[in-house]
Design a protein around this ligand. Sequence first.
Ligand code: TYM
Length: 341
Amino acid sequence: MSGETTDTIRKKKIFSAVKPTGSPTIGSYAGALKNWIAMQDAYDCVYCVADLHSITVSLEPAVFRKNTLEMLAMYLALGINPEKCVLFLQSHVSAHAELAWVLNCYTQFGEASRMTQFKEKSKRNPENVNVGLFDYPVLMAADILLYQAETVPVGEDQKQHVELARNIAQRFNNRYSPTFVLPEPVMPKYGAKIYGLQNPTAKMSKSEENPNDCVYLADGADEIMRKFKAAVTDSDSAVKYDKTNKPGISNLLTVYSVFSGESIDKAEKEFEGKGYADFKKRVGEAVIEFLKPVQAEYKKLLADKNYLQSVMKSGAERAARIARRTLSKVYRKVGFVPLEQ
Ligand code: TYM
């Protein structure tokens, strides 16, 4: 026993973020946001709208501003509580960009080149393979390491980036002395990778071109139902979880489980003997039911610009204080001459 009382037991630290490149999807909710909300009470959480990460693709400024505020409003509407956690916009805390530069010098070109997302995104969009896209995982490492986060709740596609952050932290600690906590990714049992409704073997993504592939948290009820009804399945008729042979049905079962709270086993029993059409309709209904109160709150929050400003302001102040502590430590260890106060 360490002799700690319950009052002094330190809560574990968490950091995570979503980039507001587009509107948040049911994939972001299943892979990350659902866990963020569940972890708010037991952990010391820092959650961020990763707007600096968004500009690796070219965005219309007005659209980008709107997406960013919508992302913040959606976090709040889903139940992220700014009284319980630190909630802020990444561009409001300059330490993220500053630490990223330092960490660039402790990241090998080869290891950054091995990042799957970089390889996939540069192949998909060959006319804009900018240095930011390449450097993006290092900025992500800075995000995590600034807050000394032990746990990073993410979907499967971000696991490799969190592992890179851990390697960079370890390298820095070995070169100087222990400075950063080594972070670990945490993923949900179901929903760590939600697949597209039109292409159930590829990740559902906000950058997908086919509008029926992706369901957004802000989509209207009719739109959600239409997308689920049109979901690609197989020619069989059994609602069974089998990722290899029935990727479409397995994906829908996962979505159903995430939004209804029912286990996949129970859902399989519920739909035994029922056809795909009934099943798809129930999946759509479960998502719509879950989102109804969320969307009502979201609309209210979006109309209350003063409240959003107050959340951003207090979040940025709190985040900057924590981040500055880590950045000062890093600057001192690297050998930058401090400016005496
Ligand atoms: P982003 O914005 O692409 O996705 C946000 C989070 O949602 C998860 N996710 C999914 N999970 C399951 N199925 C899907 N189809 C799906 N699509 C997205 C992602 O895994 C992620 O957890 N670079 C990050 C944002 C970021 C970040 C960070 C994350 C910036 N700094 C520091 C963690 C820690 C990103 O682009 O995620």
